[in-house]
Design a protein around this ligand. Structure first.
Ligand code: G4P
Length: 530
């Protein structure tokens, strides 16, 4: 198989592609902002999320997000750090948008987990980590908010190990907390970095004190050092040292302590990304694994976002490059549609701007303008029929039917819901009679969709309760079974945005009864895109 040129292979090795996962409020946005600050992508903290000043996060494009203060959409930011190209994929923290987050996690090679040191492991972190575990994604842990009164670091590590079932290898160790937070001691370098509050911009003048036994430490922090030495001894006795191999297989996480808002400990995380996080990894494309340094271009769409810029009503497919090189104007093979398409002007994303992409390799995320040809899960190649796997749809748990307030706007409603369905904002099912059912994982999805229908498609939708309470994708062993099943159950069947058949059950009991009567039909809780 032909390989990329040595220069392009070098470019691949410089890439680090990751997402930050956390429970809402643990400090994901703050960390994102500080990482961009270190990467020189923004000049001043507050540019990403100027909270009190009423500015809005760069990563929060949509009006609704600004109002709700939660990140609904996921965005991508690229910056350089230490001769590496970092691709940071933002994820919505709110659980109602967890589907979106799962999809983003299929496009990364590593994740940074932020934990609020006062609250410890929270519900959303548990769920997100399960997804990472399924994919064996390596995790770097950042324990945040040490400038507050927080839990004992030993207890925090114990909680991560017990609840998240991942071994911890502390790389830094906090000295004090809250008002007496003095800094972190690096266990690998055997030196202490002293904490200075503030840090709205970069500063090089961090004081460093060498050696855990250094008497200067006792002089400066007479009240803290005994406990610090004691706890370090304890933790080193109880935990295995950091192992790059175990980190890369996802069974051990390096742990850093700090304070995102004070810019403290952030650089450690970046260095860990550059030094330890994996280069772009091979990806499962169904019939074979695709290696990142193969010469031929390939990749998949993991997210669609419409109308990012209200002035342009554009639609952008976020595409993870898995192999080869993107070049402007290149022609690619759209596997699902079985035909060629051109990518004239893909975008990359820097903090505030979209920039025309001139070149992209494995690990990079490009934004492809399109008019609905690209769906979530679509694979593009240079001719080979591949299908990247692992991008899930989950059977929704909440259902509504939708109709336009103004009956003359049925067409707009249909168009809007179809597009929002393809974008993955909500799942849309249409039955034989043309009735539309909306399925969501979280209640907020309905509200966002109603708001977007009003602002982007100029149609007020009325939601109504439906008799549907759960859904399953169905597949048949043969044509005859399909015909028989459709004849008997046609009233309960609908098609999803990609034309797959779904059984809409009125209750779990109804579902179980049908399953019992039709053992030859398979009912799926999840479906892969594409
Ligand atoms: P999220 O994206 O994970 O939801 O969290 P975000 O960064 O928005 O942070 C949530 C809150 O925690 C913010 O406070 C933020 O300032 C605060 N925070 C983040 N890192 C630290 C830290 O290291 N120490 C302390 N003490 N606080 C931190 P907020 O009140 O919601 O906003 P603001 O009014 O402070 O801007």
């Amino acid at each position: 198989m032909a390989l990329l040129s040595p220069q392009a292979q070098k470019q691949v090795k410089r890439r680090r592609t990751f997402a930050i996962i956390s429970h809402p409020d643990a400090g994901k946005t703050t960390l994102t902002e500080k990482l961009l600050l270190f990467g020189g992508a923004i000049q001043m903290a507050g540019a990403v999320k100027g909270r009190k000043a009423g500015r809005h996060a760069t990563s929060d494009w949509m009006e609704v997000e600004k109002q709700r203060g939660i990140s609904v959409t996921s965005s991508v930011m690229q910056f350089e750090y230490n001769d590496h190209v970092i691709n940071l994929l933002d994820t919505p923290g709110h659980e109602d948008f967890s589907e979106d987050t799962y999809r983003v996690l299929t496009a990364v090679d590593c994740a940074v987990m932020v934990i609020d040191a006062a609250k410890g492991v929270e519900a959303q972190t548990i769920k997100l980590l399960e997804v990472c575990r399924m994919r064996k994604t390596p995790i770097i842990t950042f324990i945040n908010k040490l400038d507050r009164e927080v839990q004992d670091p030993i207890d925090l590590l114990g909680e991560i190990e017990n609840v998240l079932k991942i071994d911890c290898a502390p790389i830094t160790w906090p000295v004090g907390m809250g008002k007496t937070f003095r800094g972190v001691f690096s266990l690998l370098d055997n030196r202490m970095k002293r904490f200075t509050p503030g840090g709205e911009k970069l500063s090089d003048d961090v004081e460093v004190i060498e050696g855990l036994g250094n008497p200067r430490l006792d002089e400066l922090f007479p009240l803290e050092m005994d406990y610090v030495r004691e706890s370090i001894e304890l933790i080193q006795g109880a935990s295995e040292p950091f192992s790059l191999e175990r980190f890369l297989e996802g069974s051990q996480t390096p742990v850093f302590f700090g304070s995102g808002v004070n810019n403290f400990g952030v650089e450690d995380v970046l260095n860990a990304l550059v030094n330890w996080a994996p280069t772009p990894q091979p990806r499962d494309a169904g019939k074979r694994m695709v290696e990142p340094d193969e010469a031929k271009f390939s990749g998949f769409v993991f997210k669609i976002q419409a109308n990012m810029d209200p002035k342009h009503r554009d639609r952008i497919a976020f595409f993870r490059v898995c192999s080869g090189e993107y070049q402007p104007g290149m022609k690619v093979f759209h596997v699902r549609e079985g035909k060629e398409m051109k990518i004239p002007n893909a975008l990359t994303f820097m903090a505030n701007d979209r920039v025309l992409m001139t070149n992209a390799v494995a690990g990079d995320i490009i934004g492809i303008y399109n008019h609905g040809q690209l769906h979530i899960g679509d694979t593009l190649t240079q001719g080979e029929v591949l299908g990247f796997t692992g991008i899930p749809y989950f059977a929704p748990e909440l259902f509504r039917s939708a109709r336009p307030k103004d009956p003359f706007k049925a067409k707009q409603l249909h168009k809007g819901l179809k597009e929002l369905g393809e974008e993955g904002a909500i799942q849309v099912f249409e039955d034989e009679l043309g009735n539309l059912y909306l399925g969501a994982v979280g209640q907020l999805q309905f509200e966002i969709v109603a708001q977007r229908l009003a602002t982007e498609y100029n149609v007020d939708a009325i939601y109504e309760n439906t008799s549907v309470s759960t859904a399953r994708w169905v597949t048949y062993p043969d044509e005859q079974t399909r015909k028989d099943f459709e004849k008997e159950q046609g009233m309960r069947l609908a098609k999803d945005a990609d034309g797959n058949t779904v059984y809409l059950a009125t209750s779990i009991y109804n579902l179980q009864t049908t399953q019992k009567h039709w053992p030859q039909v398979t009912f799926h809780v999840t479906r892969e895109h594409g």
